[in-house]
Design a protein around this ligand. Structure first.
Ligand code: MG
Length: 500
């Protein structure tokens, strides 16, 4: 019998002795649900490049983001800490928000910088803008940034064009903000942004970054949080009208095309075998958009809820020669990305309380997860209510449930905003292996084994909550319209005059 732990330590020894630390490419989709990719069962999505990553890499079935909405989920991905610690709650940040991800937090980029990594972010930031752009990526460890600093529905509708450009997008937008800006580092280079050229610009930027870093023989970290497939949907000329799935499928294909270009660049520059590519999503699908929204597959509800559909997301890890193709059912989370990259790069963990664990063993050996539990906070976490749900092993207990606007329109009445806050005592307990759809709560009566499970869940919950120190809420610091990024700062009347 092969001793996997011995193989693992040989691998790590070889690794730490190797001359070049691995590169990291972190691909982060937006509002892409568990059921949205062909590799997760969707029949009409067209994603040849993501299919290739899934076929040649490790596909996770039990991978979780830390929040069912954007900003908090992103904070956890980059810091390895629940959003309650960093203060990115309740809800999300807006263009005029005064707060942002505190600069005292250590991001993956800041953790890698001391080892000589080149770092770049391209796409949707959504961790704050703030006074003079103080919360932008270039102040959080990234050497370069090209992108839109928040969600692309946070601007006037007239900018949100689909392809062909004369067709207005379907649905609601925020009207009170400035036109959506495209930024390079801290400078607005286009306002409103041209969505139809955006993926091409992002691909060019990523190609340049990888090529330049490899020429300099510098290890790199590329973070690409895409705007796809968040609402409103758009797609450039290489994707519009091409998928079988309509506007959502076209937006997904637009993202897939960029991923294909990044993969080609990794191959051409000869670094593909020394690069970990990790793909996942920030939260579940926005079901309120109906057929123009994402899909949670067989999971219950979607964005905004603490049901599985809100927080269990697709995840694929690809690294030829190091990660063997396959599927893992191990429990893992976006929280685990920072500790894993830290381990693989030989970096030092930040000296703070981390909620993530190292998942190298899962990646390299398809081994066991160090993660025992996953915590589910609602979009508005509070010390009063604490965790809404907790998964321990294959069991998940819901202490509170609540629907969400984002998950409306589905036939399941538990998902919509009209399903108000409901306390469950005893909690609703599900076996997620037998019943991943959370359809059939287990009856604990006369079942001492299950009662024991619930006791363990309650114990883990109590321990976790007693160790949780809520950081100062950044989203409650209010808004100041003068902070909204404007390419023409002295113009009037705002926000309409912010056009360049
Ligand atoms: Mg999102």
């Amino acid at each position: 019998m092969v001793d996997t732990s011995l193989l693992f330590s040989i691998f790590l020894t070889a690794w730490t002795c190797s001359a070049s630390p691995p590169n990291f490419v972190l691909l982060f989709a937006d509002d892409l649900g568990f059921g949205d990719l062909g590799s997760y069962g969707h029949p009409s999505s067209l994603t040849p490049n993501l299919d290739r990553l899934a076929a040649g890499g490790l596909r996770f079935t039990d991978f979780y983001c830390s929040s069912p909405v954007c900003s908090p989920s992103r904070a956890s991905l980059l810091t390895g800490r629940y959003q309650t610690r960093s203060g990115i709650y309740p809800g999300v940040l807006y263009p005029s928000s005064i707060g942002g991800l505190p600069l005292s937090e250590t991001t993956i980029a800041e953790m890698l910088k001391p080892l000589g990594y080149a770092t770049a972010a391209v796409g949707k930031w959504h961790l704050g803008f703030g006074s003079k752009g103080m919360y932008l990526p270039t102040n959080q460890g990234f050497d370069q940034y090209l992108g839109i600093p928040y969600s692309h529905d946070m601007g006037p509708c007239h900018n949100l064009t689909c392809f062909p450009p004369d067709i207005k997008c379907f649905g609601m937008c925020d009207f009170s903000s400035v036109a959506i800006p495209l930024m390079y580092n801290k400078v607005i280079i286009q306002q409103p942004v041209n969505f139809l050229d955006l993926e091409r610009d992002y691909s060019d930027f990523a190609t340049n970054f990888i090529t330049t870093s490899t020429k300099k023989k510098q290890p790199f970290f590329l973070y690409y949080p895409s705007h796809h497939t968040h609402y409103p949907l758009y797609a450039g000329p290489d994707a519009a009208g091409i998928s079988l799935r309509g506007p959502f499928g076209d937006a997904l294909l637009d993202l897939d095309n960029t991923i294909g270009k990044i993969m080609t660049t990794l191959e051409k520059t000869g670094v593909i075998n020394n690069t970990l590519v990790l793909f996942t999503s920030d939260n579940g699908p926005e079901l309120m958009r109906m057929s123009r929204g994402g899909n949670a597959g067989l999971l219950k509800c979607g964005k905004g809820t603490t049901y599985e559909g809100g927080m269990r997301v697709p995840a694929i890890a690809f690294w030829p020669g190091t990660i063997s193709p396959g599927v893992t059912h191990e429990l893992a989370s976006t929280l685990d990305v920072l500790p894993t990259f830290t381990r693989l790069a030989g970096a030092k963990l930040p000296k703070v309380i981390l909620d993530g664990v190292d998942m190298t063993e899962i990646l390299v050996n398809q081994g066991k997860s160090q993660r025992e539990a996953m915590m589910f906070y609602p979009t508005d976490p509070s010390e009063k209510y604490g965790l809404f749900a907790l998964r321990l092993g294959k069991y998940k207990a819901h202490f509170y449930t609540r629907g969400a606007t984002h998950s409306g329109t589905t036939p399941d009445r538990d998902c919509s905003v009209f399903a108000g806050l409901k306390a469950h005592d005893p909690p609703l307990v599900f076996d997620l292996e037998a019943d991943p759809s959370e359809h059939y709560p287990l009856s604990l009566e006369g079942k001492p084994d299950l009662q024991g499970v619930l006791e363990r869940i309650k114990k883990v919950k109590k321990q976790f909550e007693s160790s949780m120190v809520f950081g100062e809420s950044q989203t409650s610091k209010g808004r100041d319209p003068s902070l909204e990024p404007c390419c023409n700062p002295d113009c009037s009347p705002k926000p309409d005059c912010c056009l360049c």
